[in-house]
Write a new protein. Structure first.
Length: 203
């Protein structure tokens, strides 16, 4: 399919021009271009940093660009984008390793016959309560997440569903939907950003 003039023009912009477009007018094409531009380079760096853990590297890549979108207003003119991006990615990787370590420690304390929780996207995202009050709050959280997810545009909703409910890896989703891996990641970032923004509006 032929690329539009605006897409071609966006791809010729510098990283700094693109992050400025995201900051000023929340330009989705600029955001997706940045994701594509750093897909292989940053993913490779994260995979090496995280000891070869491919899935964790993909998760951190996704989290990194979510933070880029959230913090775009903090990017100052006159600075270079690449060092700023790598600082965010490294911080996200450090946090992910810390969480992963805590998760392994908790898993060692679980009974041998305990089964892992599984379920829908909403159940995965919502926190798990321990008493009746918390369970009621969880039910409300699940209902809210289902409503928020159903309000997403179809491309975002289907991509989110394949990753979080069906457990497919980003490359598997890309093959199934016939889109680049970078597009899968940018759709996930956009979907999670919209869910977060929706949650803030309901607070």
């Amino acid at each position: 399919m032929a690329r539009s003039e605006s897409e071609t023009e966006t791809e010729t912009k510098t990283d700094e021009d693109l992050i400025r477009r995201i900051r000023v007018r929340d330009d989705a094409d600029a955001f997706e271009t940045l994701v594509h531009r750093y897909e292989h380079e940053l993913y490779g760096y994260l995979r090496r940093y995280l000891g070869g853990d491919a899935q964790l590297a993909e998760d951190v890549f996704q989290a990194t660009f979510l933070r880029v979108h959230q913090k775009s207003s903090q990017f100052a003119d006159g600075h270079r984008f690449r060092p700023w991006l790598y600082a965010i990615a490294t911080n996200q990787a450090i946090d992910a390793r810390r969480r992963n370590h805590r998760h392994r420690m908790v898993s060692l304390d679980r009974p041998a016959d305990a089964r892992p929780e599984s379920g829908s996207l909403a159940e995965t995202i919502a926190a798990k309560g321990q008493n009746s009050t918390e369970m009621m709050q969880d039910a409300e959280s699940v209902a809210w997440v289902l409503k928020a997810v159903s309000a997403l545009p179809e491309p975002l909703r289907s991509t989110l569903d394949l990753v979080y409910r069906h457990g497919l890896k980003h490359r598997e989703v890309a093959c199934r939907l016939g889109i680049p891996v970078g597009t899968v990641k940018s759709r996930l970032n956009t979907a999670l950003h919209r869910l977060q923004a929706s949650a803030l509006r309901t607070c």
